[in-house]
Write a protein that binds this ligand. Structure first.
Ligand code: ATP
Ligand code: MG
Length: 334
């Protein structure tokens, strides 16, 4: 599948401030990639380059086969974008805003009106359709702006923090809309601070920090990078722990931890659910009472904090501080 969005060594500086520092990215057609990164990582800058609002100082960006610098005009008709801050006309109504977008995309009067009605309905704004936007709440503006990005059914969509400021209901609605679009073949690059969102929507996640991609992979691959599954078992008596450790040693894929005060034993394992069943079987065979047992997987939060936290932020020599021998998957730490 060809890549719908490509960045090669993108650099963007604002004066002394380096916002993009050699960003590389490839988003295959019809897939969703989430750019995940802390404040100031360069997410918005990257989106602005892809959507022709900003020229890079070095490197190359191609969207839908078109170089962003060479033919921005042609590119704009193929992309839809929603910025981090809603860009809507305060003095027009919601309907008029969307209709105007349709006209800008040359949809024609009739089609523009139809599309505006459809999207206002879809984003639960039908009741407010004929009110000027200046009376809209923050979340309503956000939804209107997102609807605007979809008016022309563009094949490539860029959404910068699409659900920031939306209530849980509106967020779930948008996730549904996004899933429908992607099922229909749309390519999507979205930025988010919400790991849950990246986990739910994205085929691939690129973790970005200080203007460069420091890790990428599926949510599962990234989770494996910060450590694999582990079984946490609490037994009834602290003096059973040693027996449990002996019984489970051959299951461990790393160092077993004992916490006698909590009567807890933690075993790193490679095949979580299989190992869990086996562990329970072995302890039961030893006549041991298990008080509590669970399979723990690292969350994307763990990934985010580990990769971008102060202790882990990438040093200037680009050295990767996560021991690569801990990588068990195809995710890549750069
Ligand atoms: N117009 C500007 N002038 C000067 N510096 C800027 C400008 N826009 C962005 N920057 C700087 O570039 C860097 C990247 O900013 P960017 O807005 O791309 O980050 P971000 O990942 O979108 O952050 P956030 O999560 O807060 O939205 C930051 O250090 C920021 O201070
Ligand atoms: Mg931003």
């Amino acid at each position: 599948m060809p890549d719908a969005i490509i960045a090669e060594g993108l650099v963007k500086r604002y004066g002394q401030q380096v916002a993009l520092d050699g960003l590389d990215l490839a988003v295959p057609e019809g897939t969703v990639t989430a750019l995940l990164g802390p404040n100031g990582a360069g997410k918005t800058t990257a989106v602005r380059v892809f959507t022709t609002l900003l020229s890079p100082d070095a490197g190359r960006a191609t969207v839908a086969g078109i170089d962003v610098l060479r033919n921005p005009q042609a590119l704009r008709s193929l992309i839809g974008a929603s910025g981090q801050y809603a860009a809507v006309d305060e003095y027009l109504t919601g309907f008029e805003n969307l209709e105007m977008v349709g006209r800008l995309y040359h949809l024609g009067i009739q089609r523009s009106k139809e599309r505006a009605r459809e999207l206002l309905e879809r984003f639960r704004l039908a009741d407010a359709a004929d009110r000027p936007v200046k009376g809209y709440s923050g979340g309503m503006r956000r939804r209107l702006d997102l609807a605007g990005a979809l008016v022309a059914n563009p094949p490539v969509l860029f959404l910068d923090e699409p659900t920031t400021g939306l209530d849980p209901r509106a967020r779930l609605d948008l996730w549904d809309v996004i899933e429908e679009l992607v099922a229909g073949g749309t390519t999507l690059l979205l930025t988010t601070q919400y790991l849950e969102e990246a986990d739910r929507l994205a085929d691939s996640i690129a973790v970005i920090d200080r203007g460069t991609v420091i890790a990428e992979g599926t949510a599962d691959e990234l989770k494996s990078m910060v450590g694999g599954d582990r079984i946490e078992l609490t037994v009834d008596r602290a003096d059973s722990l040693a027996t449990a450790e002996d019984a489970l040693r051959t299951l461990a894929d790393g160092e077993i931890q004992l916490e006698p005060g909590l009567r807890r034993i933690t075993i790193p394992v490679s095949d979580g659910s299989q190992a869990l069943v086996e562990a329970i079987g072995r302890l039961t065979a030893h006549g041991m009472q298990i008080h509590d047992v669970g399979l723990r997987r690292p969350s994307l939060d763990d990934v985010f904090l580990t990769l971008t936290g102060p202790g882990m932020s990438m040093p200037t020599n680009g050295e990767n501080r996560i021991p690569t021998d801990e990588l068990q998957t195809e995710g890549v730490i750069r």
